[in-house]
Design a binder for this molecule. Structure first.
Ligand code: NAP
Length: 297
């Protein structure tokens, strides 16, 4: 059996960004509309700083209006809520993203619920989660949107009738990706930490979305031959090389044993280079969608 096709998230994200840049240029010339994204970072978490910089750079590169608000770690709930309310009322801003996690002492849920649902480009507001659950138009979370684009790129637009298994039920990944798969007429099973005989559940899948955050938990013999695997997990593990390990360096792996899974699957996303690059690209997609909806286009 030939090795599974590698689903190249970097290339797909690059194509999405090019298409978006064209659409942003058209919105400007035809409607005088420049989609605007505001990213809010509280504190000095290193990983969050990298994500926020990348979101700002990519939205500017696509021709969008982009502002980044960096607030000190001791920002109060009242100050952060005031900024969110200011952005809700700013007509140049169509998407608001508050980078998570927030420093201790800030109430994440209350901050997210304060974002105008029409500008909630992370898709985490209960109004958007509810609309998604009911199959209504909404802003869905970026990573699940990215997973669906990769699946349709790989298997074609019509996913009807496929058996899909999603491992994970978080509001950020597992639940929304399962709902998008249901909307695509898949038959969906959601597995989680209480699922019994996970290997047997996985073996039923034509499409397996792994979002447990457990390094290389899913083995090749858990997979049905010909399955398409979307590996959302990003898990840092120590290098095997003792010298690198001694320096405390880590590498990223997914939830799936990638090398062995390539012998069985039809197609699979690598980690890194699979779902990750799609997440930021889909943030830009959601911002353009929000801008068009707000402008009535
Ligand atoms: P999370 O909130 O920790 O949720 C993990 C889910 O996996 C939970 O529903 C949990 O079940 C389930 N789970 C944990 N261990 C399990 C096991 N042994 N067997 C079956 N299910 C298990 O994590 P998340 O935010 O959804 O993220 C999941 C992974 O995706 C993480 O590695 C994260 O870093 C990665 N991620 C990547 C991107 C990207 O852009 N590439 C974006 C977001 C997240 P319970 O509900 O029963 O606890």
């Amino acid at each position: 059996m030939p090795l599974a096709r590698m689903i190249d998230g970097r290339a797909t994200a690059e194509r999405l960004r090019r298409d978006l840049a064209d659409e942003v240029a058209r919105l400007k010339s035809d409607h005088g509309l420049t989609p605007g994204l505001a990213v809010v970072l509280v504190g000095d978490d290193g990983a969050s700083q990298v994500y926020v910089r990348s979101k700002g750079e990519q939205s500017k590169a696509a021709g969008m209006h982009s502002v980044t608000h960096i607030l000190p770690a001791d920002t109060s709930q009242t100050e952060l809520l005031a900024l969110v309310r200011h952005l809700n009322g700013d007509p140049a801003i169509h998407g608001i993203l508050v980078q998570l996690p927030l420093p201790k002492g800030l109430d994440e849920k209350a901050i997210i619920q304060a974002i105008d649902p029409d500008k909630d480009v992370d898709g985490l507001h209960v109004i958007n989660a509810g609309r998604l659950a009911q199959g209504l138009p909404c802003l869905a979370p970026c990573t699940p949107v990215g997973c669906m684009i990769l699946l349709r790129d790989t298997l074609g637009q019509d996913l009807s009738g496929k058996r899909a298994v999603v491992i994970g039920r978080s509001a950020l990944v597992g639940r929304p990706v399962a709902q998008l798969l249901v909307q695509a007429n898949c038959t969906v099973t959601i597995a989680h930490s209480h699922t019994q005989d996970l290997a047997a559940v996985c073996r039923e899948a034509d499409i397996l979305v792994a979002a447990a955050g457990r390094a290389q938990m899913i083995k090749a013999d858990w997979l049905k031959p010909g399955v398409t695997v979307i590996d959302v997990g990003t898990n840092p593990i120590p290098f095997r090389d003792p010298a690198k390990a001694a320096e405390g360096k880590t590498k990223l792996v997914g939830d799936v044993d990638y090398k062995a899974a390539r012998e069985v699957a039809y197609a699979i996303t690598p980690v890194p280079g699979g779902v990750g690059p799609m997440t930021v690209a889909c943030l830009l997609v959601n911002t353009v969608t929000a801008a068009k909806r707000i402008a009535g286009i």
